[in-house]
Design a protein around this ligand. Structure first.
Ligand code: MN
Length: 443
């Protein structure tokens, strides 16, 4: 048995919530992701667990005496920060308890009637940002993306000389992280001069893009000055979501030298609202991406044999696009690319070890993005920049529309799914964002 597996991963376990037993559903009893929901957009926010097409209200369940593994303080909140601050051992106890309660044959004194009172139809709920994100960091660990985007943005130096030594990242903007489902307003900004030495133009971004990434949330945290060793880094990750790092490519190309992206990224980042816990993902761990012949071995603080053997993630990813015209004609969204989280040159544990090696303190609820996860083939290029070759090769949609970059009304949907023989397949739910037109230029 893989280390960390327990009865909650047992594929034969079924739930009394019938919709959770649909093999094509994202949220079987083996998943149990955490999120923040309210009944209706303005209802009181609380911590919930997705089960089939229902949300299990943890505060309600604790109030009814059904949940005993964690304190009311940790789950009576409008964000997951306090729960994640308890650390992964506590999260595992909660997972075991919820798994027993939602079982076909609920444990102990819990009756189906009492439990049913804590189940809310997902369709009646609004999902919110999972944590109160104090800090957001975005890595650049997708090496196929780094190569492809580098060839377009910095052809003279496509893969930076430091790439195979340093897990490269920048500090992103936390305040504009939003739960997917909403609208993303086209940003205004400076667009690059048409000729070298010329003046930039100003206006709405003309090269609006998405980036397919995984995001993960910090649990526990570390004190300032106290690096997290790589051997313990995985236990500082509470769970994972899909993450869309919306990008204004024209603004980015002009502003990013020498300090990196700023306004081209800070206008919006979308995350899928459910956090699939590190425990739920245990069966889907895989070896770290193999390093090419001749690649340097990372420095010791970034190297751990167990992390190399099991620190990668096998998550199938896909991106779909629907345009306003398609929705008006009742046409289905079209899948534009697929990829897999295994194409990350650095593991999440290496990212945590690197982030803290200088003593930087991570806080429970902080969000870390992996970087765009492109695969080696053309069908796995995970941004418009890459698969339209910088906009020079527009993609033609089934209805004849063409896209180089995103237009107003375009809706981008990310999906993530884990599959492994012998285990129930689990999903991430959706990360959706719809582009709306820019605001009028302020005077
Ligand atoms: Mn990014």
């Amino acid at each position: 048995m893989i280390d960390g597996l327990d009865e909650t991963h047992d594929a034969s376990r079924r739930s009394f919530v019938a919709s959770a037993n649909d093999p094509d559903g994202d949220f079987p009893i083996q998943n149990l992701p955490l999120g923040i929901f309210s009944r209706g957009p303005n209802g009181r926010r609380g911590v919930g667990v997705a089960i089939g097409d229902r949300i299990f209200d943890l505060a309600g369940a604790r109030h009814a005496g059904l949940i005993r593994s964690v304190s009311g303080d940790a789950i009576g909140q409008d964000s997951l920060n306090a729960l994640f601050a308890l650390g992964n051992q506590q999260l595992r106890l909660l997972r075991k308890e919820v798994s027993r309660l939602l079982d076909e044959d609920p444990a102990g004194q819990a009756t189906r009637d009492a439990l049913a009172k804590c189940l809310v139809p997902m369709s009646e709920c609004t999902m919110h940002r999972p944590t109160d994100v104090a800090n957001y960091t975005d890595f650049y660990a997708g090496i196929h993306h780094a190569r492809a985007a580098g060839a377009l943005l910095t052809p003279e130096n496509p893969l930076p000389a430091n790439y195979k030594w340093v897990p490269i990242a920048y500090h992103g903007r936390a305040s504009s992280v939003q739960a997917g489902g909403g609208e993303v307003r086209r940003p205004l900004g400076q667009r690059p001069p048409l000729q070298a030495g010329g003046a930039p133009s100003f206006g709405a971004c003309e090269r609006l893009d998405f980036e397919l990434e995984i995001g993960f949330y910090v649990s526990g945290g570390n004190a300032l000055g106290d690096p997290v060793p790589i051997s313990g880094a995985a236990s500082h990750i509470a769970g994972y979501s899909l993450l869309n790092d919306w990008s204004a490519r024209d603004v980015q190309r002009w502003e990013m030298f020498p300090l990196g992206p700023f306004l081209s990224k800070s206008f919006a980042t979308s995350v899928s609202p459910w956090v699939v816990t590190a425990d739920a993902l245990m069966p889907f761990r895989t070896a770290a991406m193999p390093r090419g012949d001749g690649d340097p071995k990372p420095l010791p603080y970034l190297w751990n044999d167990d992390d190399q053997a099991n620190g990668g993630l096998n998550i199938d990813l896909e991106v779909s696009l629907s345009t306003a015209k398609m929705r008006k004609a009742n046409e289905r969204e079209v899948r534009i690319l697929t990829s897999n989280a295994r194409y990350l040159y650095w593991t999440p544990a290496q990212m945590v070890a690197h982030h803290t090696i200088n003593g930087c303190n991570l806080k429970a609820g902080d969000l870390i993005g992996t970087g765009t996860i492109s695969g080696p083939s053309d069908a796995e290029l995970s941004s418009m920049l890459e698969f339209t070759k910088g906009g020079t090769q527009p993609v033609t949609l089934p209805n004849g529309e063409k896209r180089s970059f995103l237009l107003d009304g375009d809706r981008i949907t990310f999906r993530g799914r884990c599959r492994c023989d012998g285990f129930s397949s689990i999903g991430f739910g959706l990360c959706v964002g719809t582009i709306i037109s820019e605001r009028q230029t302020p005077n």
